[in-house]
Ligand binder design. Structure first.
Ligand SMILES: *[C@@H]1O[C@H](CO)[C@@H](O)[C@H](O)[C@H]1NC(C)=O
Ligand SMILES: *[C@@H]1O[C@H](CO)[C@@H](O)[C@H](O)[C@H]1NC(C)=O
Length: 336
């Protein structure tokens, strides 16, 4: 029960709350969306290739923007204005990272990501490194799946300034390093193209590809956690655990729901002395979510991961997921 309550408080604000007067969806887009490339021809062209630097915020965001644009036709049947595009979760999460200073150089040895150089994405940032794979792998897989309208040799991704080995730059290199994950992203796009696939199935395949991506790279970037103050490091570890639980619930990562969910995430980097649920400049919702995420990780670790196995088993049927969703709705009403 404590477990469900913990979950409920993480998710209560997002599943049922809806944006008041969400008539203007563009208000929910991530930062600098309008300034980011919306088509390949907005990028620099060299030797017949579009050159994209994923270590510049707007250029990485442009990859998402084009991906969202190119997949819009497959999500049309669920809602107008691309609102139900399940890929919204990725750019919104990336935008939250930017807005909260999480893409900046955590070692403070460069000005990358700070005021005068705020579009710079630091390769030393744990968040930015992990996000690379939630950006480039779904993108290259979409290219490979003929979703993007270009072939893989028409695009050139630039490497980061250092630590280049894990950051694959092409379909073939990414397939070589992350074959299982690339197959999962390809499978998602294959299913996306079939008009018979329902939304729930798409969420399942999307979350499988997402968690497989994290499984591939979380270990590689663990040393980067040392660059952070303890409360932020703890939150990063908790976040990495929580994603598996959110995935099992098949959280619908549409524009409005992701936006609502993110209101509960820390609005700045955590610093020494930040103890949820008592952080004075956080909302009650943000304090509750942070406290719950940390509690969830404690539960997860103290049971040696058994809690996740149980949770996954519970969440296997649509019936069970609906029970949890209804339970969350009740909790939501109690809290608000
Ligand atoms: C929607 O919001 C955006 C930015 O907040 C604004 O530029 C635009 O004019 C608005 N559109 C409508 C139809 O209200
Ligand atoms: C996709 O991009 C094109 C060109 O920028 C634009 O005209 C179109 O409205 C976009 N479609 C969606 C669904 O965003």
């Amino acid at each position: 029960m404590a477990f469900l309550l913990s979950w409920a408080s993480v998710l209560f604000g997002c599943l049922y709350a809806s944006v008041a007067g969400a008539s203007n969806l563009s208000a929910l887009y991530p930062p600098l969306w309008d300034e980011s490339p919306g088509q390949f021809s907005d990028y620099r062209v060299e030797n017949g290739q579009y050159v994209i630097d994923p270590w510049v915020y707007t250029e990485r965001m442009g990859i998402y923007k084009i991906l969202l644009n190119q997949t819009a036709r497959y999500f049309e049947r669920f809602a107008p204005e691309n609102e139900q595009n399940a890929l919204w979760g990725l750019p919104l999460q990336f935008g939250w990272q930017y807005e909260t200073g999480r893409l900046a150089d955590p070692t403070h040895t460069t000005n990358c990501g700070y005021t005068e150089n705020h579009l710079c994405i630091s390769v030393d940032s744990w968040w930015a490194s992990i996000n690379y794979f939630l950006n480039v792998l779904p993108f290259l897989s979409a290219v490979d799946s003929d979703v993007m309208g270009i072939s893989s040799d028409q695009v050139a991704l630039l490497p980061p300034p250092k630590d280049q080995t894990p950051f694959c730059l092409s379909v073939s290199a990414c397939r070589l390093l992350y074959p299982i994950t690339m197959n999962k992203w390809n499978y998602f796009y294959q299913q996306l193209k079939l008009p018979s696939t329902d939304f729930n199935e798409l969420l399942e395949y999307l979350w499988e590809a997402h968690t497989s991506t994290l499984n591939d790279v979380l270990g590689i970037f663990e040393p980067r956690l040392n660059y952070y103050l303890k409360p932020e490091e703890d939150f990063e570890r908790s976040w990495a655990v929580a994603v598996d639980y959110i995935a099992a619930l098949r959280f619908p990562t549409t524009l409005i729901k992701t936006h609502d969910f993110q209101k509960g995430l820390p609005p700045r980097m955590l610093v020494t002395g930040d103890v949820a649920p008592f952080i004075s400049d956080f909302t009650k919702f943000q304090n509750t979510v942070l406290f719950s995420l940390n509690s969830l990780r404690e539960l997860h670790e103290s049971t040696g991961g058994l809690s996740l196995i149980l949770w996954k088993n519970l969440m296997k049927t649509e019936f069970a997921r609906n029970v949890v969703l209804e339970f969350l709705e009740i909790i939501n009403k109690v809290f608000t």
